[in-house]
Design a protein. Structure first.
Length: 87
């Protein structure tokens, strides 16, 4: 499975587009813009990791559930075969 980048909400994309303008401002605004950009990047990365972790857990749960269904069908089929053999 390939990793897909999550699209940022429009407001964050707009702020990212405005970053060069903010960067040309005095040092305080420039450092604030850099800090904001770093925070957005960290948050986006953390969110992506949480989504990937949740997807893996969900996949494991589906696998376990399907395994249980397989066992149930197997037990049912064994019962059908044994009742048919007794008839």
């Amino acid at each position: 499975m390939t990793r897909r980048r999550l699209r940022l909400p429009a407001i964050i994309a707009l702020l990212a587009a405005a970053a060069p303008v903010l960067a040309s401002q005095p040092d305080s605004i420039r450092s604030s813009a850099r800090e904001f950009g770093a925070t957005v990047k960290r948050s986006s990365t953390d969110f992506g990791r949480r989504v990937a972790h949740g997807a893996r857990e969900a996949g494991h749960q589906v696998n376990a559930d399907m395994h249980q269904v397989g066992h149930s069908v197997h037990r049912w089929w064994d019962g059908v075969r044994s009742s048919t053999a007794r008839s």
